[in-house]
Design a protein around this ligand. Structure first.
Ligand code: TMP
Length: 207
């Protein structure tokens, strides 16, 4: 089996920069087999789901429907991209995964059975390592230069709740989660994350 690494965080937390740096180092410098992917929207089906979820100007989506759409994207993504790559022994770097559903749809509140539905979609696939880029949402949102999508347009209270959900999840699973202070420079974040990835690769090779 390969190594499954996810990168999580609120809006404008710098996930894409960190993933690119990790990918460039692991794939291009170390010449390892790495797949860089993301949710939602990494497959042809997922692309349409992403469009429905984020880019429909007038969209009204109930919380449960929203969750199920993210989960449909994930179920398909796992079966067609993530599992095959892991089976081939590759490192998979995924921008968002189940913790995003837990944090964002969890922040909506009141969705009964959220955890069970997440497990159904992921078939209990859990990342080996998860980086959470932690930033005050006021600062994160101020970093966004482009037009905001449906979730980015949510009130600041929602984004604060998402951050609290992430911190709660990280506290519950300290062995899997690494919290990174997203106020640090991209280079510092990369060095810290790479150290953890190398440790995980070493641990996996010793098993
Ligand atoms: P992105 O802009 O980082 O690609 O993320 C897309 C948006 O979708 C972001 O606002 C977080 C949100 N999201 C959820 O609410 N639940 C999920 O399960 C996932 C994967 C993303």
């Amino acid at each position: 089996m390969g190594l499954f690494i996810t990168i999580e965080g609120g809006e404008g937390s710098g996930k894409s920069t960190l993933i690119s740096k990790l990918y460039n180092h692991l794939a291009l410098v170390e010449k390892r087999e790495v797949v860089k992917t993301f949710e939602p929207g990494a497959t042809p089906l997922g692309k349409s789901i992403r469009e429905l979820l984020l880019n429909q100007e007038e969209a009204v989506i109930t919380p449960k429907a929203e969750l199920l759409l993210f989960l449909a994207d994930r179920a398909h993504h796992i079966e067609t991209v993530i599992r095959p790559a892991l089976k081939e022994g590759k490192i998979v770097l995924c921008d968002r995964f189940t913790d995003s559903s837990r944090a964002y749809q969890g922040a909506r509140g009141g969705i009964a059975g959220l955890e069970d539905l997440c497990s159904l979609a992921s078939n209990h696939l859990t990342p080996d390592l998860t980086f959470f880029l932690d930033v005050d949402p006021v600062i994160g949102l101020s970093r966004l230069a482009r037009k905001k999508d449906r979730l980015e347009k949510e009130k600041i209270d929602f984004h604060q709740k998402v951050r609290q959900e992430y911190l709660r999840l990280a506290e519950k699973e300290p062995d899997r989660f690494v919290i990174l202070n997203a106020m640090h420079s991209p280079e510092e974040l990369f060095e810290a994350a790479l150290g953890k990835v190398k440790h995980e690769l070493f641990r996996a090779s010793a098993l």
